[in-house]
Unconditional design. Structure first.
Length: 317
């Protein structure tokens, strides 16, 4: 077993994307001497000090005896914590950067505006050759509610508020955000839902948020409300969501994340007329955004300092 750090930091990269070369190039530019390894050629497992991972096979990380830090390839870490053998003594950091936040802002603003301006109905009118004007409230008359007021949710809520929407947010602990009415905790969830016309999901997946969006919670939204989810698919009981859409209680949904990804062929969400499906692209992790963070964390680790953007394993996010 090695006891001292090798002169070259050894990082194992685990991804489901086909962009490994891009990652290798960008990271190698930022991290001098980086020994970049991949899952198909990891070399001696005892040499691996750092892992940059999306969804490693359960039990794999426990086989790395000299692992010093795990860097999540996403802002979320549920894919790591679902491994029962995740080495608990190794710190886990997650992606936090302006690149990721900006991309999520774009996605949320795009779809809030689409819902608000009833774009789905105008698209259907166009297909039918129908020239019809719908009643259109202005943004100040539309109540948007953002679940999750962390790095991504806070930014999205602020930018929607800048557009003039009546914005509220919901988080575990109390937040204070200018021009956003903040609700906190389970006790205030119902009141938050009751005042929300467009619900936006930007929550991490934890035991508390799994299946949070179900028949009961959807029923607390005003009739005709809509839903945009870019958090995690496992937060939604998809049959309940479909039932709410079928009954018209929910007017539409835009979903980037699903219980099972890729969304299985033949799933009703693919073809429901009031659903927009995107393939988990709301905010992709861009190596140009992550490289500085990984470089800094490797430096910190090698100096024996605490890493930045650490996950609290007791909270699960
Ligand atoms: P953060 O950890 O910064 O923020 C999480 C927020 O959720 C916090 O405000 C937190 O409350 C709140 N929260 C957590 N648990 C609860 C709960 N039980 N009840 C109420 N609020 C809760 O995460 P990010 O903003 O960086 O990312 C959020 C999620 O977005 C990620 O975990 C990931 O799942 C998803 N994501 C999706 C992407 C996509 O492309 N679709 C891309 C990137 C991320 P508090 O403020 O009190 O801590
Ligand atoms: C993430 C994601 O967590 O891409 O960053 O979903």
């Amino acid at each position: 077993m090695r006891t001292s750090a090798s002169p070259r930091p050894v990082l194992l990269f685990n991804t489901e994307s086909d962009r490994t070369d891009w990652w290798r190039d960008v990271l190698s530019e930022k991290i001098p001497g980086l020994d970049f390894r991949t899952m198909d050629q990891p070399g001696d497992l005892a040499e691996i000090e750092y892992v940059l991972a999306w969804n490693p096979p359960p039990g794999y990380l426990a086989q790395l005896p000299n692992l010093k830090a795990i860097f999540s390839l996403g802002a979320g870490v549920d894919h790591l914590f679902r491994d029962p053998d995740l080495p608990r003594h190794v710190p886990v950091s997650r992606v936090v950067n302006d690149n990721l936040t900006l991309r999520m802002r774009e996605y949320v603003v795009q779809h809030v505006l689409n819902h608000h301006r009833q774009q789905r109905k105008y698209d259907a009118f166009q297909r039918q050759g129908t020239w019809e004007e719908l009643h259109q409230p202005h943004a100040g008359e539309r109540r948007v509610g953002v679940m999750g007021l962390g790095e991504l949710g806070r930014d999205a809520a602020e930018h929607i508020a800048h557009l003039g929407f009546d914005v509220a947010g919901w988080s575990r602990s109390r937040r204070e955000i200018a021009h956003v009415t903040c609700f906190a905790g389970q006790d205030e969830f119902d009141a938050f839902l009751a005042r929300t016309d467009i619900l936006v999901g930007l929550l991490p997946l934890t035991a508390d948020t799994r299946n949070l969006i179900n028949a009961e919670t959807l029923g607390k939204l005003p009739a005709g409300a809509s839903f945009i989810n870019a958090g995690r698919g496992q937060q939604v009981v998809e049959d309940d969501l479909l039932a709410a859409l079928d009954s018209g209680h929910l007017s539409e949904a835009t979903l980037d994340v699903f219980q099972t990804e890729p969304l299985p062929a033949g799933h009703r969400l693919w073809t429901h007329p009031n659903v927009t499906v995107t393939p988990h692209i709301a905010s992709i992790t861009d190596p140009r955004g992550v490289a500085d963070q990984v470089a800094e964390n490797i430096d910190r680790s090698r100096r024996g300092e605490e890493l930045r953007d650490l996950v609290d394993p007791s909270r699960g996010y």
